[in-house]
Design a protein around this ligand. Structure first.
Ligand code: G6P
Length: 560
């Protein structure tokens, strides 16, 4: 709707700022929308949070400023305007004002007194400059600028920049002119378009075989994993570590949960996994010889970045590794070791190919740690590598089940809740399945380790609560089968995704979808993710939600 409004009111000009705001302060409403303007002299768009805004607001009110929004951003506009009143240039006013801000910001500022200039500034939030042939641009993320340029300058913490049509001048945190390199993005044109797909999420689900192939390329030989894929110091680092701490958010956190099983069971190294927003505030004990692993598609998630910074501050002797899909992101610059998932650009808010490539990266990490510490044999390493190479084919096989999954999706049309169950790594996959369903179809979905049902959630089961179970042919299969009986006898409608060899006993009101067979400990969680992604996608399609941009969510959450 807003789009239509801006289209109707055509604006003439060759300079402008705009921002899609993820509401942190104040409801999503016109008066809170960016840009915020002070006395018709300064206009500001802002990504981030100004934490001392109440303090600044009080003092600005005393100085006669009138506030028209509930946002924290408005104080930025007034602070710059105030500095301009003392005959400072726009650039100097920004440089002066930002010294008073606590918190995080990526800023774009214009003023009618400087009709050809945009000032940019960043601290804590990402900001990239696009160097174009016919103009220069700023954005929070290079993806947004790919339609206009492939050349980017990534601003450093505390930088300010002055941009006009001809020139880009950058200043560091001390206001000293600096040169920052121009980098050329390797992302190809077609990768950011929809092609023949209706939604990016759909496209990205179907891109998974290629994304995994790309992630494995040059990281494995015929029979072994190349530990150096994690950096030239990786082998020494992995030899010396005594534990792994994984920190991440959202889907990336779910990938970490799978890795915990692998790292402890296969590589024999203790592993903890925690959501970043908790870790950063709980004064954790950061022990020596920890490999601190962050997982992030964007590499810009504020909580994950902060958790990493805090861990490094608490113990300078830890080793840090990020598993990330964005080469130039802040997290890669903050980490000792980087492993890039080569998923390609992921545009749908609900993460799909980033997740399965993260799992591939974590499988390689498990193997690399095991090899470096000699906790896994050559034979095991070979079988893991061979299993990983089978993934693209197995996923393609799984995608063929789409029509069957489409039919099942209809059953969710009028449901308000769903329960996802699994055991072992499959609990993490059930959790990811539930997250996908709630994110894009707005159906309340929960996940439980199947063995925990009897301690509470079984009370919820009736014929209005579909239960989705993930049943690979592993050592917990018989336990899971007993759990299915328990659920069934409470009248649940069930959907079971099984390995062909699992042979789950058909029961009334139970739909069984056999996806493939002979999955191993590493391949199973990756493969069982696929039907759950397809299920959510088709439920959302039936419900008519905005699949690629679900309400209230953002692709990259750069505020805490
Ligand atoms: C947001 C996205 C999720 C994503 C999470 C973590 O909430 O909507 O899809 O999993 O952030 O993002 P990251 O980029 O750190 O993986």
């Amino acid at each position: 709707m807003e789009n239509l409004k801006t289209r109707k009111n055509k604006i003439e000009g060759n300079i402008g700022i705009a921002h899609t705001r993820w509401a942190t302060h104040g409801e999503p409403a016109k008066h809170n929308a960016h840009p915020h303007i002070s006395n018709q002299v300064v206009s500001v768009v802002h990504n981030g949070i100004i934490e001392n805004y109440l303090e600044l607001k009080d003092s600005q009110i005393k100085q006669g400023y009138k506030f028209t929004s509930d946002t924290d951003t408005e104080v930025i506009a007034h602070a710059i305007e105030l500095a301009m009143q003392s005959n400072n240039t726009l650039l100097h006013s920004v440089q002066k004002a930002i010294k008073t801000f606590e918190g995080a910001y990526g800023l774009g500022i214009i003023s009618p007194h400087y009709p050809n200039t945009i000032i940019a500034a960043r601290k804590g939030s990402p900001l990239v400059i696009g160097v174009g042939k016919n103009g220069n641009y700023i954005a929070s993320d290079q993806m947004a600028l790919l339609p206009v340029t492939k050349k980017f300058i990534f601003l450093e913490e505390g930088d300010t920049a002055e941009l006009n049509l001809e020139k880009i001048t950058i200043y560091d945190i001390n206001g000293i002119k600096v040169k920052r390199p121009i980098k050329t993005s390797k992302i190809k044109e077609g990768e950011v378009g929809l092609g023949n797909y209706i939604h990016f999420m759909q496209k990205e689900i179907f891109e998974q075989p290629q994304a995994i192939r790309d992630t494995l390329e040059s990281r494995v030989t015929k029979e072994s994993v190349l530990v150096s894929a994690f950096g030239h110091k990786a082998r020494d680092v992995f030899k010396n570590i005594k534990r792994v701490q994984i920190v991440a958010c959202g889907t990336s956190y779910n990938a970490g949960l799978v890795a915990k099983y692998w790292l402890e069971d296969i590589a024999k190294i203790p592993c903890n996994v925690e959501v970043a927003s908790e870790y950063r505030y709980r004064h954790p004990l950061v022990l020596d010889a920890t490999l601190f692993v962050t997982i992030s598609q964007s590499g810009e998630t504020a909580d994950t970045l902060e958790a990493l910074k805090i861990a490094k501050k608490l113990n300078k002797k830890i080793y840090t590794l990020c598993i990330c899909n964005s080469a130039e992101s802040t997290i890669t610059r903050e980490s000792d070791l980087t492993f890039l998932t080569h998923a390609g650009p992921e545009i749908g808010v609900a993460s799909t190919k980033a997740f399965t490539t993260q799992l591939v990266a974590l499988a390689l990490l498990t193997c690399s740690i095991g090899v470096s510490k000699e906790t896994i044999s050559k034979k095991r390493e070979k079988s893991i590598v061979e299993g990983l190479k089978l993934l693209p084919g197995l996923i393609n096989e799984c995608l063929l089940e789409e029509d069957q999954i489409k039919k099942i999706a209809i059953r969710f049309k009028d449901k308000n809740s769903a329960l996802f169950i699994g055991r072992g790594t499959m609990h993490a996959i059930a959790k990811e399945g539930a997250l996908k369903l709630k994110e894009i179809s707005y159906i309340h979905a929960e996940s439980y380790p199947a063995g925990e049902l009897k301690h509470g959630p079984i009370a919820l089961i009736d014929d209005n609560m579909p239960v989705i179970a993930v049943a690979p042919n592993d050592e917990l299969l018989n336990k899971l089968k007993s759990n299915l009986e328990e659920v069934k006898s409470r009248g649940a409608q069930m959907i079971v995704f099984e390995d062909k060899d699992s042979k789950v006993k058909p029961m009334k009101a139970m739909e069984i979808i056999s996806i493939t067979s002979n999955l191993g400990r590493i391949t199973a969680p990756i493969i069982f993710t696929i039907p759950l992604q397809l299920l959510s996608y088709h439920v959302a399609l039936i419900k008519g939600t905005d699949i690629d941009k679900p309400r209230n969510l953002a692709k990259s959450v750069t505020v805490e």
